[in-house]
Design a protein. Structure first.
Length: 647
């Protein structure tokens, strides 16, 4: 009985923080219909800012207030300069916030180091009531959550600004017509929601050390809390916060501490199975419909076979001769990894082409392929080739199951759940004895020989990866041109029309996930044999966030887009001698710039420039004076750049 009461007290204390985190997400989402990926990092920034101020001699209350104010200022700048530019597209806004998160996370590490920190508080210690220990910070945390919760409810329901927030969230056009400054109201709601997350951070830092790289964990926690209770509902956030906190506290108390991080992921999956749009949410449709719209501005690569396949042939020749020009071992190794990442990037592009879903969870299939093959070959001493076949079949089966699980999810919800699933898989790999725990696994030799060719050198692994990449590219081309691929893409373009004709998307989504998972698993196997050692930390969603970025950077519908993205994001940091910190800043900046200015990707953008240049030259030379200034879009239709056709 005493232990149960102790668990309840701990759950109430942690639940207060989780409520604030979920309430902040609900406020932001309720106003803008977007999920701010940097929300969890705002909690971290507030905690570290308060810790730094307290360490500098600032009084405790002033230090806590300082942490909240810092987050509010950052949120205001981020919203006014960046997010408001893409607020009309929740998916684009989500990706911009992902870039902001990467920059902010690295900034925290650069400023204060990678070690967790906790605020030294004068209210440390506990009261003893019999065998029950009550930390002195518990009343502070619960009381603060109650005060903030009551204040938020009063503001949203009774105050003028609250009525303005609710009105502009319901109908922005009507609100503007009635004199409401919707832009300013959105800024206020975003700053307020972020400040609430900052308050959660300073309270959490009073009782627990805060990890500077735990922003994604806190985001998923906040999302689970908000979803359980209902997105946009403050009372629901309180319910979700205490449900999750009690679940984690019970897990800690009864010896499942290493799995506590997976409880939130498990609850998220459970909610997904019961009701994909959330248990009590009134905004489920909005988050579900915020699709990954990457095709609207992506142009067809050309109208001739030469234009279409010329770049592919050019890349094939370049990749074939690169090792022959005397590249150093480090550069060759970087190229090997780039080719392997390109294979996984093509698996992401295939899934998007067939379903319209952009996944951030490729680490699940990639890690499954790498660890399964390593276990079968090294631990179980299976035949090399049989191990690869079994591994790829396993990846396909798991991919199909994941596709079935996620077949009813769309948009931002899909992005969050794929993040969560990848981290959940990495957690299993880290805690399972068969995978070697956090130390991972090592294989003792490279691939077996093929037709007498061995793969013990860097050049041989490079050429093997290049050949596999060519096979994968050809396979994707055949899949997308097949009857199955054409039907899947037609359903993707108009799912509601397909449903009205009695054609459901579930079967196509399941198959698409299976195919994508097999390709990503193949990339994982190559990744294993490229380095001969793997650890679970290599396959988290955040560790592999560059993979979907490669797809977006190159161009998701371009035959060479994922390869271009992989080469750019791998070789540029290598040749500029970026360290890990600089790479993170660059990745974040690239996401922001792409989403703000070139969503179609580099290959379509360059192709568009080429079309415009060629048309300008023809007009100048008089060979084609009637040629209008326009471009060919993904459907093959010519779209002029302005209403008048230039003569």
């Amino acid at each position: 009985m005493n232990e149960a009461i102790q668990v309840l007290i701990g759950g109430l204390s942690l639940g207060a923080v989780y409520f604030l985190l979920g309430a902040g997400i609900s406020i932001v989402f309720g106003q803008s219909r977007t999920v701010n990926f940097a929300h969890g990092q705002f909690l971290v920034i507030a905690g570290f800012s308060a810790w730094a101020a307290k360490r500098s001699g600032v009084p405790l209350l002033a230090a806590l207030l300082f942490g909240v104010v810092v987050v509010g200022v950052i949120a205001f700048v981020v919203e006014r300069l960046l997010l408001r530019r893409v607020i009309s597209n929740p998916f684009t806004a989500f990706l911009v916030s992902l870039g902001i998160f990467l920059i902010l996370e690295q900034a925290v590490v650069s400023l204060w180091g990678p070690a967790p920190e906790q605020i030294a508080s004068p209210v440390n210690g506990s009261w003893s009531v019999g065998a029950i220990s009550i930390p002195k910070t518990t009343p502070v945390m619960i009381g603060s959550a109650l005060v903030i919760g009551i204040g938020l409810v009063f503001i949203m329901q009774r105050s003028r600004i609250g009525r303005m927030i609710r009105a502009s969230a319901e109908d922005a056009y009507a609100s503007r017509y009635n004199g409401i400054n919707v832009s300013l109201v959105r800024s206020f709601a975003f700053v307020a929601g972020s400040a609430v997350a900052g308050l959660a951070g300073v309270l959490l830092a009073l009782e627990y050390p805060i990890d500077p790289t735990a922003g994604v964990t806190y985001l998923i926690t906040g999302f689970v809390v908000a979803l359980i209770g209902g997105l946009g509902s403050l009372s629901g956030a309180a319910i979700g916060g205490f449900v999750l906190a009690l679940s984690e506290t019970i897990g800690e108390a009864y010896g499942a501490g290493e799995w506590v991080a997976g409880i939130g992921i498990g609850l998220l999956i459970l909610v997904l199975i019961i009701r994909p749009t959330g248990l009590f949410t009134t905004f489920g449709g909005a988050i579900s419909e915020a699709q990954a719209e990457l095709t609207g501005s992506i142009h067809r690569i050309g109208d001739s076979r030469l234009r279409r396949w010329g770049p592919v042939a050019g890349f094939a020749v370049i990749l074939a001769v690169l090792p022959l020009i005397g590249l150093g071992a480090s550069t060759l190794n970087t190229l090997e990894v780039a080719l392997i990442f390109a294979i996984v990037a093509y698996s992401i592009a295939l899934l998007y082409r067939l379903t319209g879903l952009l996944s951030f969870g490729s680490g699940l299939s990639m890690g499954l392929g790498a660890f399964s093959c390593a276990i079968l070959v090294s631990s179980w001493d299976w035949n090399f080739w049989l191990s690869i076949v079994v591994t790829l079949v396993l990846c396909g089966v798991v991919g199909a199951l994941v596709g079935l699980l996620l077949s009813r999810t769309r948009g931002l919800y899909f992005l969050i759940i794929t993040f969560a699933l990848a981290d959940g898989a990495a957690l299993v790999e880290q805690n399972a004895a068969i995978t070697g725990g956090s130390s991972g696994l090592t294989v003792t030799s490279n691939f077996d020989s093929v037709f007498g060719i061995t793969f013990g050198s860097g050049e041989s692994i490079y050429y093997l990866s290049a050949v596999v990449l060519a096979i994968v590219t050809l396979a994707i081309w055949l899949i997308t041109r097949s009857n199955f691929g054409q039907r899947a893409q037609a359903i993707r373009e108009n799912e509601k029309l397909a449903a009205s004709l009695g054609v459901g998307p579930v079967g196509y989504i399941v198959v698409a996930f299976a195919l994508s998972s097999v390709i990503a698993g193949l990339g994982g196997i190559l990744y294993l044999y490229q380095d001969l050692a793997i650890t679970p930390g290599l396959f988290t969603a955040l560790a592999l966030v560059s993979l979907p970025l490669m797809v977006i950077l190159g161009g998701v519908l371009s035959p060479t887009g994922p390869l271009v993205g992989a080469l750019v994001l791998s070789l540029v940091p290598h040749f500029l001698n970026f360290n890990t910190n600089a790479e993170t800043y660059v990745y974040g900046a690239i996401i922001i710039v792409l989403m703000l200015g070139a969503q179609s990707g580099l290959v379509p953008y360059v192709d568009d420039l080429w079309l415009r240049l060629a048309a300008a030259v023809r007009r100048h030379l008089g060979s084609d004076p009637e040629a209008p200034d326009g471009l060919l879009v993904a459907t093959g239709e010519f779209v002029p750049r302005d209403l008048s056709v230039r003569k």
